[in-house]
Design a protein around this ligand. Sequence first.
Ligand code: PLP
Length: 428
Amino acid sequence: MSEHLHQVPAEALDAADPLRHFRDQFLLPRHGDGEQAYFCGNSLGLQPRGVRDALLQELDDWAALGVEAHFHGRHPWMPYHNEVRDGLAHIAGALPSEVVAMNSLTANLHLLMVSFYRPTAERPAILIEAGAFPSDRHAVATQIRFHGFDPARDLIELEPDEPNGTISLAAIDRVLGEHGHRIALVLWPGVQYRTGQAFDLAAITRLAHARGCRVGFDLAHAAGNLPLALHDSGADFAAWCSYKYLNAGPGAVAGAFVHERHARADLPRFAGWWGHDQATRFKMGPEFVPTPGADGWQLSNPPILALAPLRVSLELFGRAGLPALREKSEKLTAYLEALVRARLPDVLDIVTPAEPERRGCQLSLRVRGGRDQGRALFEHLVAQGIVGDWREPDVIRISPVPLYNQFADVRRFIAAVEAWAAPAGAVA
Ligand SMILES: *Cc1c(COP(=O)(O)O)cnc(C)c1O
């Protein structure tokens, strides 16, 4: 069927979709009398319907119980972060003790680098991909400076070696072969935000560990997008945000992973009372005794109002199951790809790798004709209620997500691009 996928009607695919009812669990932004075709889950996932009640519940418990809600609320606040632990473990492919919900993504990267970036004069460098998300680059460059080293020399940014700006495993192997002896940390994306390329985390970990480097992953665009196997990958640490594919709302509480082998290690860290061993935390003693596992990296008691949406959202992932979500996701993105290739070859070039194992749901589409054409197309789509996002100078990212997108959304996108291109004579 796959070579004729572009000829299959969206209605048939939607009718056969076992996850189609999950769309009803989300609030879809409106466009006129209908709904948007929302492809921006890579930036801000949509609101699960259950979030409003979950928030009201916390407000009600606060109103009715005050401080007692720490113990006697419907979802007691004291152990609240435990309520998202199993869900996060499912998302991360990790042991429950390896994950924790805390802080924000960039904050977690810094905190974890305090423990896992320990540069020496012989081994001061960090390896990232060229064109990394600015926050990640700021984080690593300032970490390098903080330790008295110089990013101009000690931040190694691997340039893409593939035609569309993607990076082969061979290129990662080569740079590690050449510079591995002076690299303290490899900080790599699970899915690169701009190209949509997914990486083999286990393979990268193996290559980097073989050179004596520590390995951390930024999973901002991977968490909730691809099934992960962080524990088995052997990575030292990882961090991700929860407002993209995890649908936990703007600025939601982020996630962190620390591999089990570091659970009881005596690592340097910036500590706070919430990371202190739970059994003795409220003895309020002066010495810090870390909780074993990822929990030991917590600083503060968590923002309950920001955790409640994550709890609701993770329940949906648990019900749908990541294997089923991935199966639908591969089909949705393959459908988008097949239609772009068949119907829009003169308008859009696909930047994202074609192999399903080298991408998540997102396709990065380069608009032919450059920036002005690209902007014009993007504005046209927005006016039609078709929401992707724009990356300078000429890329539109379209991310059909399996929890709430349908195959008909993909058809709408294709039809809108065709309508825009046809009068301009760009498509025969
Ligand atoms: C979205 C994203 C961020 C955002 O960082 P916050 O700390 O959540 O604001 C950082 N890095 C990457 C790779 C991202 O995709």
